[in-house]
Write a protein that binds this ligand. Sequence first.
Ligand SMILES: Cc1ncc(COP(=O)(O)O)c(C=O)c1O
Length: 359
Amino acid sequence: MPPTSTFALNLATTRKPRPKDSELVFGRTFTDHMAVADWDSARGWYDPRIVPYAPFALDPAAAVFHYAQEMFDGLKAFRGADGAIRFFRLDRHCKRMHDGGERLCIPAIDQALMREAILSLVRADADWVPSTPGTSLYIRPTIIATEPFLGVRPANRFLFFVIASPVGAYSGEAFTPARILVEDTYVRAATGGLGGVKAGANYIASLRAAEDAKARGYAQVLWTDVVEHTYLEEVGTMNLMVRIGDEFVTPPLGGSILAGVTRDSVLTLLRDWGFQANERPIGMEELIAAHRAGTLREVFGCGTAAVITPVGTLGWKGEDMVINDGKPGEVSRRLFDTITGVQSGREPDKHGWMTTLDA
Ligand SMILES: Cc1ncc(COP(=O)(O)O)c(C=O)c1O
């Protein structure tokens, strides 16, 4: 007997063809169903349901279209060699989405409801969780303001939904160190702004700089602080880690940086392994001095999508700084292997990060 759920099931009568594991492209194909719940001020979150994946009918005046009152999250489920489906740090993602609502005047999502939405959706679409090593099911919970009105105030109607997309294996290329431009004109987020939450608005704010960097031959930008453009913040849509000697440094969470789940996992593993892993401000001056002294050993981004992305080159004021001879660092590799190992069930889950789906 499948576990009981508060989500009403309205399953699709026909199923879509599923792409082969070798043909998966990030975020292009979506599973047969979605989880949905509504909110209004009288009822709170209500009518949780699993329905066939389909477009929404929304009023053109819906607040999300005009004032971008929305937020999302992103996490993954993996199929292990034993066939079991496991979610990486499900509760932490539910807590981040719950906590983020406050800043955006979005009603807090009930964490148990969000968890159940994700479990129920993946139960309905279990066949979509790919099995080739390195593949996964990317899960995208989202809340949008649906009240039709023009005027700047918090909406009084919202829609919560969860969609899912099978994503391909990390290719060898994924661990090729990236060329990154240190951004000294645009900002993604400022202290006191929205950078600490996964608001769509942050990603729009980042597009211009990323496009300009690409035109100059860099894959992404390294964001710097809004005042001096010297303190490091995030790299593209990943948290930043820097290794100077045997100290790992990541910028502190101060409202402009997202509290990444991978960031937290990396800090935990580094401390387990006996490294100093500090959350403290780090500026370009310190980075350049370490590079000159030969102690800048590794720079990498970390996030759900690619887990660890090594940085091989940093462009700054017209010059390129090559890190570790442009090769991935040894600890970057060890972190990638350990986290992907825990996710696939190959490595022991010492910290209780995985939730297994009871089919
Ligand atoms: C801006 C930003 N920073 C950092 C991260 C990394 O967070 P997580 O490790 O929770 O995926 C993300 C999302 O992936 C992001 O969008």
